[in-house]
Design a protein around this ligand. Structure first.
Ligand code: ADP
Length: 169
């Protein structure tokens, strides 16, 4: 009965549910760190209900940056992007929760701050595309690739909540 009826039924019921283990990479860029915005950005993700599973401060090398932004290497603005992103430490984080990739992109706002809505990080804290405070992975595949690039598996911690106030489980 379990194999023929209950298990397939359970699969069917849970297949439409969002993956609570979905993860994304968020980085506070050098301008965000220098402007003391790290706490406010972390606060927004905590307040939304996402779970922090990795965090570190990094002085980015040109090599790491060119792997991170491999699709942008040929762009005319890449040299200035490289200069900006290596101008000071970044705070890089992995956040986990249902639809965290898509929701983070909404919370971060449009790439160009002049088009970013108020209420988004970029819409609230930035006026220029070349100083836009924060990075967020733009797809599930991109998130997987970026997390592997920036973090070793052992530095991402699985932890469980006390069951109260946990909005994801
Ligand atoms: P996003 O960060 O929103 O995913 P992109 O991947 O297109 O956007 O670009 C990566 C980063 O490169 C942007 O966040 C921004 O810092 C920089 N950038 C993008 N377009 C420009 C531009 N036209 N001039 C200067 N910097 C840019």
């Amino acid at each position: 009965l379990w194999l023929t009826t209950i298990a397939p039924l359970l699969c069917l019921l849970t297949s439409g549910l969002p993956d609570v283990r979905e993860r994304t990479l968020i980085a506070v860029k050098p301008d965000g760190v220098q402007r003391r915005l790290v706490g406010q950005i972390i606060h927004r993700f905590e307040q939304r209900g996402f779970k922090l599973v990795g965090l570190k401060m990094v002085q980015v090398s040109e090599d790491l940056l060119s792997q991170h932004y491999r699709e942008l290497r040929a762009k005319p603005f890449y040299p200035s992007l490289q200069h900006y992103m290596t101008s000071g430490p970044v705070v890089v984080m992995v956040w986990e929760g249902p639809n965290v990739v898509q929701t983070s992109r909404k919370m971060v706002g449009h790439t160009n701050p002049t088009e970013a809505q108020a209420g988004t990080v970029r819409g609230d804290f930035s006026v220029h595309v070349s100083r836009n405070v924060v990075h967020a992975s733009d797809s599930l595949e991109g998130a997987r690739r970026e997390i592997q690039l920036w973090f070793q598996g052992k530095d991402l911690l699985n932890w469980e909540c006390c069951n109260q106030g946990n909005m994801m489980e």
